[in-house]
Design a protein. Structure first.
Length: 371
């Protein structure tokens, strides 16, 4: 009973439409798939680091390096197969949460498949389906944005998140409210502001937003707490929340009233559940963020989002929102109510399409114990 082989694949997939945030515009995505093999079963995980260190310092290259040189050797040397034991052992290394999360997710998938349970069942999830939200990037014009939002509404999305930055914020909220007065709406700045913008940001209180996500840079919990004390709209932190300790600091400082959980950003399911449970106890709702994942990462997110304190619509959309064809079967779709079913089969509950994965693969490396 141990892992016989680990495979890393670097994939590149194009988006159906560019995705622009305050950090820049991207047309395609590179990411790593981690596969763990044991007793004829394969567990799959996705490493959400991308080409450039924009959203976080990790990249596909740093993630490959720490997986190859640290996390994979650790797993083989200590014969780790239990995801919790891997998480515990891997905590001796600092940082690199996306790399460690990708491997931990593959171990969770393997474990659930061996137990013939879905990940949601294994985690203690309670929701059979979850509310889908869509994240809409910065567009070339306000009218392009209005058309895109209209289109997503027709597809059934329950809420819309708009990417904002200085100069693309108050104006687009005004236009949105003119066009869609009752839309569930929130905004995300990816840290594009600083404390000189406090008064400017307070204008966002006019638009009945569900929340304002990460106005200030990741390490600036203090300015978030100052803004939250003046702002009636709930602040939500994304980049600032890198694990349980930053969650507790943010909550105790009053830096936000809502938390976005991304399994890659916090370094795995063990840490994500610790944050989830703490927030539940503190009365802080959480929701599941996204990293434009392929179907494999997206399926993992659905299982996580089935836990009880995931209380707001998620950045979880259909496969087609980002990709012409997804690498899983069946693809992820919305129902008539704008909900997504949590897959029910063992593990991630969807089948990776290996031939298609091969087609998107730029590079592959195989690891075995003692080699
Ligand atoms: O800040 O939530 C973010 C995508 C990449 C990096 C950061 C973020 C995002 C998104 C898209 O907003 C979420 C998704 O639909 O996957
Ligand atoms: Mg965000």
């Amino acid at each position: 009973m141990s892992i016989e082989r680990i495979e890393l694949c670097l994939l590149k997939m194009s988006y159906v439409h560019y995705f622009e945030t305050s950090l820049g515009r991207e047309k395609e995505r590179e990411f790593i798939l981690a596969k763990v093999f044991s007793e004829g079963i394969i567990g799959y995980g996705e490493v959400v680091a991308s080409q450039a260190p924009l959203y976080s310092y990790e990249t596909v290259t740093t993630a490959w390096h720490v997986l190859r040189d640290f996390f994979i050797p650790l797993l083989f040397e200590q014969k780790l197969e239990e995801p919790e034991k891997f998480a515990q052992a891997a905590s001796r290394y600092r940082g690199h949460p996306m790399a460690r999360a990708g491997l931990e997710l593959a171990l969770w998938d393997l474990k659930a498949k061996k137990m013939n349970l879905s990940l949601s069942q294994l985690y203690g999830g309670i929701y059979p389906k979850i509310p889908a939200g869509v994240s809409v990037g910065i567009q070339d014009s306000v009218s392009d944005l209005v058309h895109r939002v209209e289109d997503f509404r027709k597809q059934g999305y329950q809420r819309v998140k708009l990417k904002i930055k200085p100069g693309w914020d108050i104006n687009i909220c005004q236009e949105m409210r003119k066009q869609f007065p009752n839309l569930k709406l929130q905004v995300d700045a990816n840290g594009a502001y600083d404390r000189a913008h406090m008064e400017h940001l307070l204008q966002l209180d006019e638009f009945n937003l569900l929340l304002v996500e990460q106005p200030f840079p990741p390490f600036d919990l203090w300015d978030h707490s100052l803004l939250q004390s003046k702002m009636s709209t709930d602040l939500c932190l994304d980049e600032s929340i890198i694990g349980f300790l930053s969650t507790r600091s943010a909550v105790e400082m009053g830096s936000c009233r809502v938390i976005n959980i991304k399994v890659g950003r916090v370094g795995g399911i063990v840490e994500a559940r610790k944050i989830h449970d703490y927030c539940q106890h503190q009365g802080i709702p959480v929701w599941c963020g996204g990293m434009l994942e392929s179907g494999i990462g997206r399926a993992h997110n659905l299982h996580l989002a089935s836990l009880p304190n995931f209380k707001l619509p998620h950045d979880l959309s259909a496969s087609r929102r980002y990709y012409a064809e997804d690498i899983i079967d069946p693809e992820i779709t919305l129902d008539e109510e704008g909900m997504i079913r949590v897959p029910q089969g063992p593990g991630i509950g969807v089948t990776p399409r290996e031939k298609m994965i091969d087609g998107f693969t730029l590079k592959r490396e195989i690891f075995q114990p003692g080699k």
